[in-house]
Design a protein around this ligand. Sequence first.
Ligand code: NAD
Ligand code: ZN
Length: 362
Amino acid sequence: MEKIIVRLHKKTYPIIITNKLFDDFSSFWPININDQIVFITNNKVAPIYLDKLTTLLNRSGIKTDQLILPDGEKNKSLNILNQIFTKLLKNNYDRVNTILIAVGGGVIGDITGFAAATYQRGIRFIQVPTTLLSQVDAAIGGKTGINHTLGKNMIGAFYQPIAVLINPSVLHTLKTKDFSAGLAEIIKYAIALDANFFNWLENNLNNLLTLNPSTMTYCIRRCCELKKYIVELDEYDQHARSSLNLGHTYGHAIESYQKYAQWSHGEAVSAGIIMAINAALHLKQFDKNDAKRVILLLKRANLPVQGPKNMTPKNYMKYMIRDKKSNSTQINLVLPIAIGKVKTFFNVKPEVISLSIQNNSY
Ligand SMILES: NC(=O)c1ccc[n+]([C@@H]2O[C@H](COP(=O)([O-])OP(=O)(O)OC[C@H]3O[C@@H](n4cnc5c(N)ncnc54)[C@H](O)[C@@H]3O)[C@@H](O)[C@H]2O)c1
Ligand SMILES: [Zn+2]
């Protein structure tokens, strides 16, 4: 079992990583007999894992309820959020005793967290992330929210869980495409923050792709440590946390343009990382050989290194101007200046952005 403690001003909580999570209640689950548990999950994850979790808690005398939502990024929406509130209100769940447990990927984690942040002004919630992306990134750090048709993650709150409980063995049932999406965020951490970790990924990617248990656990742990480090520095995303947005200004534009229905978040981030590198190359801030290393690693992880063919620079710009790092007149971007280091560039010229979106031949 691996344990990392996230220490914030108002809340301290553990991240636990163990393959025994679904077999051992008393060692890992911060739940008491009086707590009223509502599992929030989706129609893909529920048939595989919900019974196991319900049985585990019920065996220890904990009563559980559940809400199974439709799968997919387009359901990280106001309408589905309202379904959570309706379920809680109809069943008289109160502020003191209720704990929501998010069982699923980043979509379920983000919407459940936001429901917990806002239901009766805040109830407790636990993250049980079941995708690689959510285990290394989305479940940690308290960014919760939903999408709006006019922009990704535009409605939300900073609200921390009481625990993040990670079972890496659930990754066995993940589709290859969804697994790769997680690798995009992992590679993002390495480029943004940790050159040694980037080298490690180059050497260990094959073992990750075959789900080697010790390689997998090390990788998840390292990402959780990096995320903890950044979130403790800047819980409310005012300075350091923006480094984790590498590739996301472009990526979010792709997701919004496609109405959250085609590329996954991880795929969009992967193409976005390359666009950020292209911009840094145009600004003469990044090394061409390092750019080649990043492209190779993303390709080995089965990730896209170009944006969707039908999107024009204008399509990107429409959404990029609304990004949280930008303001209404200028686009600001987090760009890599070396492997392991990023910097925010303010008021990046539209020509540079336009060139960065086009395919680069290096
Ligand atoms: N809050 C944050 O800090 C943060 C950080 C990064 C990403 N995100 C958000 O996370 C979301 C993406 O998360 P994601 O990549 O996990 O996508 P996702 O939640 O859509 O999950 C991907 C797919 O895998 C399925 N799935 C989940 N667990 C499974 C399992 N163990 N076995 C088989 N199938 C399984 C899901 O049902 C879904 O079909 C985006 O909305 C993104 O904005 C949030
Ligand atoms: Zn992301």
